[in-house]
Design a protein around this ligand. Sequence first.
Ligand code: AMO
Length: 446
Amino acid sequence: MTRTLIAHLSPLPDGPVEVAGWVETVRDQKKVQFVILRDETGVVQLVNPATRDLGEDASDAERSAAALTETIGGLAHGTMVRVSGDLKHDERVKLGGLEVKIGSLTVESEALPETPIAEDSSLDKRLDWRFLDLRRPEANLIFRVQTTFEHALRTYFVDNDYIEIHTPKLMASASESRAELFELGYFEGTAYLAQSPQFFKQMAQPAGFGKVFEIAPAFRADPSFTSRHATEFTSIDAEISWVSSHEDVMRMHEEALAAAFGAVVAKRGAAIEEAFGVELAVPSVPFPRIPLAEARRIVAEGGYEIPRADGDLDPEAERRLSAWVKANHGSDFVFVTDYDSTIRPFYHMRHEGDASLTNSYDLLFNGVEISTGAQREHRVDVLIEQAREKGLEPEELEFYLDFFRYGVPPHGGFGMGLARVLMLMLGLSSIRETTYLFRGPTRLTP
Ligand code: AMO
């Protein structure tokens, strides 16, 4: 008989079934035993009439029933078992109105009797035992939501004629700030882990690919221990040709997000509300757009002083701006646009006629930055000048600068952290919860 997933038991008629999963609890009573069995889809109650204290003249059937009783009585939490039995619908059973009467039970893999984590374990301890932590249905749901979200994004990109690319994660130079660069020995020389597919997704533009996307790891040697930073994270990147400004990028970005949220709400909305108490809505587009200068004003008028008046919004300012946007525009999302060129990388295009501002944006969702996007500078002479201004040596960037010497369409794109989107979507407090295996300054295992 083939195994039935626990969530698929309910519509089946009473009769023989096989289920498999891990033991949550055993209630071993004198005359009857109950096992709560969980698999990746749900829980079901198993029942076995106990057979004990056999006399000398017990039959073979009685002896095997007694052996089954003993096995069940000794099952530790987490033990993986396969069970054949009889499904019976019974309204009196609190757990889903059904139970399986055990016919035979095979222990496939025993668990040690003491589970190393409990419900009240610290997040760090849970991450030490991530494979056990992930057995929680809420944790399982996070990654089902992630799957739906990513799938919907991919569908959006594919339906809109994007090409999916896979760019190398070993690089000869930095692509973002040099301060956050992982360096590693590479035969006789040095290589760096890609901080972003920035240069290579841009390369797809002179390559004539038009629209590209990538969902892949990015690495940052960021020593911080905040709830939103990891040293390795999954980055969702897109880059498109023939944009007139960052407005074209934002339009594509919000459309992709609305489509992906739509899919998550439709497929997982009810489960999300039940597990996390979050009533997820499909965001309406366009998202509000607020130039950074105005965002700073709004935050200042609200009584908060940004640490560096000409710098980026800090986390508190992001929270305050998002609260203002929610109150005044009813949106959980906001594009903060037109960043000063002093706080943007050399490859961002600057405003025509005002080089102090860039054609760029950050996207905030529920108070936290989830993405950066921009139109890129595609005029090679301007690009070289901007690189020099940022203290970069054009010689180090020759391979990148070559992309702009043989014809390149105006282009732009964005990078977005997957774990951050999920954290904010589900109202969780750290990307450690929404990353399958978190990597930080002091965490390289499991
Ligand atoms: P940026 O550096 O702003 O832009 O990164 C884009 C998005 O990636 C996520 N992110 C991170 N997530 C977890 N841990 C980190 N250490 C981390 N660093 C970044 C955030 C962030 O908004 N090349 C540009 C994008 C572009 O212009 O296309 C870039 O990488 O969600």
